[in-house]
Design a protein around this ligand. Structure first.
Ligand code: ZN
Length: 250
């Protein structure tokens, strides 16, 4: 079983009647329910309002892939928790950053760039083209899929050049956007996936759910998690016998 934790800031669900109607259990639970359709994925959720934002060491140690949905409260996420998530990604925990999570502290720290983009809320159509049909994240998707009503995100997207480009979106208004892209950071795999505006029922869309399930499976760690602690290997522990020579300041 792959252990997925869906993190949601859970703010719009409290403040907007429109969002509450679409996602009565919260966006994080809708995402988790979609993932749980796959018998190989075990889900749990965590939210901003919980102690340590629900992302304790124990939870992260027990998480293969973390999904991140935030929009209105990026600056409310404690820096200590961001550092903790960052460390777990470098060690090998997978991370899926969704939609407005492009501006989250954790994504910007991992990318090292602005992660800026342009946007428009007009409920226009989006067509997501598959750039890389052989990639496991695109498995089961045809040449493209469409979302009838969505928010537009457009280029330039302030990200480092992706390791792999999985989707490019075209919008009815004419813009395009790199809407599905991957990177590795340390041992961790990172997948950014654009769809998911809170006032449209996008996380119930079959192809969106399929990509998220594929993404979780792709991002799950393949080996053991590795901790970068820069250990000293003393002379007597060298794999081959050696004699120490010269002075050391350590
Ligand atoms: Zn949005």
């Amino acid at each position: 079983m792959i252990r997925a934790t869906v993190w949601g800031e859970n703010v719009h669900e409290q403040t907007s009647e429109v969002v509450r109607e679409i996602y009565p259990k919260g966006i994080h639970n809708a995402i988790a329910d979609g993932l749980a359709e796959d018998k190989d994925i075990q889900t749990r959720t965590a939210t901003l309002q919980e102690k340590e934002h629900g992302l304790t060491e124990d939870v992260l140690n027990d998480t293969d892939v973390l999904l991140w949905w935030g929009h209105a409260a990026h600056d409310k996420v404690e820096d200590d928790i961001v550092s903790r998530v960052h460390k777990h990604v470098l060690e090998g925990m997978g991370l899926l950053v969704l939609h407005s999570g492009h501006y989250s502290k954790i994504f910007r720290r991992l990318m090292g760039t602005t992660c800026s983009l342009c946007w428009r809320e007009a409920g226009e159509k989006e067509r997501l083209w598959v750039c890389n049909p052989g990639h496991p994240i695109a498995r089961g998707i045809d040449r493209y899929f469409e979302i009838e009503h969505t928010e537009m995100y457009g280029e330039p997207f302030g990200i480092p050049v992706p390791d792999e480009q999985i989707f490019i979106s075209w919008f009815a208004g004419g813009e395009v956007f790199r809407s599905g892209a991957t990177w590795t950071r340390g041992n961790g795999k990172v997948f950014y996936f654009r769809p998911g505006h809170e006032t449209y029922p996008i996380y119930y869309h079959d192809d969106v759910k399929r990509v998220l399930k594929n993404g979780v499976k792709w991002a799950a760690p393949e080996g053991s998690r590795w901790v970068d602690s820069a250990p000293n290997i003393p002379v007597e522990k060298a794999p081959e016998p050696i004699t120490s020579w010269g002075e050391s300041v350590h």
